[in-house]
Design a protein around this ligand. Structure first.
Ligand code: IPE
Ligand code: IPE
Ligand code: MG
Length: 252
């Protein structure tokens, strides 16, 4: 296994190989720290290697013509990490957009940033806004990148927006329903999450997409995110295809 560039390529699957694919995949990219430790490297190297995995996962999602991919890149709680680690992640954000934006835009990918951008340093915030503006009209894969994102913070934001609309007389309290909330989330207009993958063996949501995952199928592959391959991804998508989704009903 090489560091940074992934060179080992085995057969990958194409859309026609799957009987059923999710419309919306969400991924908690976890295990960069443990990967770095395992290889006696600085944690920043773990995150850097994680970005290589991310590139491949985005490409494959786009090739499979899946509608939406949401990736958890930085949580509202991740500010609690050391200054060095947060700094390294901030640098990676800049590097990622600089190196990927042309290809993503060319591929008709629409980038959305989920989370409050106000807390980011000016440089990062500008790059994020620029990426959203540049790709806003694209009609291919919707790539949601969660940065300074928290599911609870997202719901608080929605609650405030609803309260404001009621106060302004634009919305009647009796008309508030599940759609009213969905419409005020960052993911407005997108399908709910069908498949949620968290790597590294941890089995928790860590404040990720609390509302959108209500009926998601969950998969927890043990592999650390930097080692997660396109083949691992295909395996997860195949496993999703085998899941029986009932949504509270009974199968006929
Ligand atoms: C996930 O990897 C990436 C981010 C939180 C940005 P971690 O850094 O959480 O990896 P572990 O959990 O320490 O192995
Ligand atoms: C969740 O992973 C956040 C991201 C992957 C960005 P964490 O590693 O921060 O979550 P906990 O602390 O293990 O729950
Ligand atoms: Mg972690």
């Amino acid at each position: 296994m090489g560091i940074f560039k992934k060179t080992v390529r085995r057969a990958v699957m194409v859309r026609e190989d799957f009987q059923k694919l999710p419309r919306h995949v969400a991924i908690i990219m976890d295990g960069n720290g443990r990967w770095a430790k395992k290889h006696k490297l600085n944690v920043a190297m773990g995150h850097r290697q994680g970005v290589e995995t991310l590139r491949e996962v985005i490409r494959h999602t786009d090739d499979l013509k899946i509608e939406a991919l949401t990736i958890y890149a930085f949580s509202t709680e991740n500010w609690n990490r050391s200054k060095e680690e947060v700094g390294a992640l901030m640098q990676l954000i800049l590097d990622f957009f600089k190196s990927e934006i042309d290809e993503l835009d060319e591929k008709n990918v629409r980038i959305l940033i989920l989370g409050d951008k106000a807390l980011f340093p000016d440089k990062q915030r500008e790059v994020l806004i620029e990426a959203e503006n540049r790709t806003g009209g694209n009609t291919g894969l919707t790539l949601n990148i969660c940065l300074n994102y928290g599911g609870r913070a997202e719901l608080v934001r929605a609650a405030k927006a609803i309260a404001q609309d009621v106060k302004d007389g634009k919305l009647n309290v009796n008309d508030v329903n599940e759609q009213t909330i969905s419409d005020r989330l960052y993911t407005t207009g997108q399908p709910d999450v069908d498949l949620m993958i968290r790597t590294s063996g941890e089995m928790r949501l860590s404040n990720f997409l609390l509302y959108q995952c209500a009926y998601a199928e969950f998969l927890f592959p043990k592999v650390l995110w930097p080692d997660f391959s396109v083949q691992d991804y295909d395996e997860a998508l195949m496993a999703y295809g085998g899941r029986e989704r009932r949504f509270g009903g009974r199968l006929r």
